[in-house]
Design a protein around this ligand. Structure first.
Ligand SMILES: [Zn+2]
Length: 216
């Protein structure tokens, strides 16, 4: 009896705190307390950014902005379940493969991990969709200020497809990224893949600063 209560007491003490407020207990399976989880700004919508339709889980605002920052710049990988939780509420894409937006080699070295790839791995497992590898990004992608022809030319300087086993690209791919700002990177990657014969592309992001179509 006494051991049981010591065990329970220990369990209470050892239970992890919420990573955000550091005050309340994290509620399994998330590293957040219920209050902080309720504060997440759910969006759950699909945006059309040019010709790419992108599903968005959260609005890029407190506390998700802070969580993403901690995750990316302090390698707080224990936060992955928060983002995963958001992505799991989105519609499963009807595609043949998931692809994480690749990081350039210099960025990858500096960060130590690709934040989008960690999310894509989880979602590939959850949705039971193969994860595509072999699409790489070169250092120094600069698309701003280029004309359309130059942009297309530039894409081959920006990305490459080097499969380890002579695979071809699947017909339909969903691109996974952590944050959508202007959508420039996603659009460039989609254009690169289309030029390589991919027929259907869609985007899935954790959080977006992108507002509704401002041309209206
Ligand atoms: Zn909390």
């Amino acid at each position: 009896m006494i051991f049981k209560s010591i065990g329970l007491a220990l369990k209470r003490v050892l239970r992890p705190r919420c990573v955000l407020c550091q005050m309340y207990e994290a509620q399994d399976p998330y590293p957040l307390c219920d209050g902080c989880r309720a504060d997440l700004a759910w969006r759950g919508e699909t945006l059309a950014v040019q010709d790419l339709s992108i599903q968005i889980a959260f609005a890029y605002q407190w506390p998700i902005d802070r969580l993403i920052h901690l995750y990316k710049y302090q390698a707080r990988l224990e936060l992955v379940p928060v983002f995963q939780y958001g992505l799991m509420q989105l519609q499963r894409p009807e595609v043949d493969a998931l692809l994480a937006v690749p990081l350039s080699p210099s960025r990858l070295r500096e960060r130590g991990f690709n934040q989008s790839h960690e999310l894509a791995k989880k979602m590939a497992y959850y949705w039971n969709i193969p994860l595509l590898t072999g699409v790489n990004r070169r250092d120094g992608l600069r698309q701003k200020g280029l004309g359309r022809g130059e942009r297309l030319q530039n894409l081959d300087n920006a990305f490459s497809f080097e499969p380890s086993d002579k695979k071809v690209l699947p017909r339909r791919i969903a691109l996974i990224d952590d944050v959508l700002t202007t959508g420039g990177t996603l659009l460039s990657l989609a254009a690169f893949l289309r030029a390589k014969g991919v027929e259907e592309l869609t985007g899935i992001v954790v959080a977006s600063q992108h507002q509704h179509d401002s041309n209206k």
